[in-house]
Design a protein around this ligand. Sequence first.
Ligand code: HEM
Length: 399
Amino acid sequence: MGETAREYDPFSYELDEDPYPTYRWMRDRAPVYHNPRLDFYALTRFDDVHRALIDSDTYSSRYGTSLEFMDAPKDGSGLMIFMDPPEHNRYRALVSKVFTPRQIAALEPEVRRIARGYLDPLVGRDRFDVVREFTARLPMDVISALLGIPATDRRWVQEGSNAMLHRDPGSPLPRPEAFEAQKRVFAFFQEQMDERRKRPRDDLMTRLVQVDSVDEAGRTVRLTDQEIRGFLLLLATAGNETVTKFLATAYLELWRHPDQRRALAADASLIPGAVEETLRYDPPSQYQGRVALRDATLHGETIPEGAKVLLINGASGRDERKFPDPDRYDVHREIDLHLGLGYGRHLCLGASLARLESRIGIEELLHRFPDYEVSADGIERMHSSNVRGLAGLVLEPAN
Ligand code: HEM
C-alpha cells in the first residue's frame, strides 16, 4: 500500500496531480524525510507537524516559508509570516488588535453582497469558469472593502498585486514590470495611510495607523509605515490566493460527492463542517517551511541545525494515526483539530475571515447551482511548490 514514490519533489508537476500517495509513503516509511538532491527535510505525521509548528525555538520562520526562497533570512521584509519572536510577538499583538473576529464577523453582509454581485450574472449560463468569474475575485474585493480602498481604485490595485504574484513557467521570480506595479501600489498605500492620519475613517487602514500598545519596558509602540505596507502586502497575498484555491477545491470535491453536495444545499448548517473537512482533506497551503535553529531528533533520526524543514500540513490531514479513514471526504466528519490553517504562533491571522468567505462562497454558489457537472476538460491545476489548487474549474449547472 502506498509504495508509489521514493522522492518527494514539491516542484514536480506530476506530484501536483495527487501528492497524497507520496505523503502516505513518507508518513509510513520516512517520517523524518530527507531529500539530499533538493537539500531539505520534511515532517508529515500529524503529531510531528503539530509539535513542530508550536516549537518556534527549534523551527524558525525567518528564512521564509517556501522552499525556493529559503536560502537567506528575510529580515526587514516587514512580513510577519517571516518573523520569529520577539519581533513576531510585538507585531502580531498590534495587528491582532485591529484584525479581530468581531470585526470580521461584522463584514458578513458585505462579503455576501460581493459574492452575489459575481454569482447572480452567472445564472442562466450553460457553463462558466468559477475560478476566473468568481473565486479569484471575491477575496481581493473583500480585503479592499475591509481596508477601505475606494471602489474606483480596487481594480488596478488588485491587478498590481496579481502581477506581483504571477510567475512565468520555470521562473521563481515575478516579471520585471511587476516591480513597477509594486511601487505604484506601495505609493498608493502610503497616500491612503497619510490621508487616514489627517482624516481618520471607520476602516482597517485607519486602525492600522492608529493602533498602539505598551511594551515590557513601558514604551508605547506603533507599527512603522514599512510594517503597515508589509501587512497590506501580506493580506493581498496570504489572504487572496488561498481563499481562491480553497473554494475551487471545495466545489470540485462537492461535484465528486453529489450526495454530500445535496445535503449541503438542503441544509446550510452543514457548510461550516464542509469547510473544516476540505481544509483537512486538501488544503491550499500544503506545507510551512522552517529552518532548524538547533539539532532536532525524532523517530531516531536527527535533523541538523541549519537544515530546511518542510512541515507538511497537507500530509498531516491524511494521517490515519489521527483521522479514521483519512482518504474519505466526509462533510459530516467530526474534527477536533486540523492544521489546514497552520498552528501555533503563526496560526492564520485571517482564519475567521477565511472561514467566513469560504462558508459564504459555498452557500451562495449552492443556493444558485445546487446541481452541476464539471466538464472533462474543465479542471486546470496551478503549479507552485506550496500552494495547491486550481487555476480554472468549469462548472455546467443542471437546468
Ligand atoms: C482558506 C484560506 C486560507 C488558508 C488555507 C490559510 C492558511 C494559512 C497558514 C497555513 C498560515 C501559517 C503560515 C506559517 O505557519 O508559516 C497562515 C498565516 C497567515 N494568514 Fe492565512 N490562510 C487563509 C486565508 C487567509 C486570509 C483570508 C487572510 C487575511 C486576509 C490570511 C492572512 C494570514 C496572515 C497575515 C498570516 C501570517 C500570520 C503570522 O505569521 O503570524 N490568511 N495562513
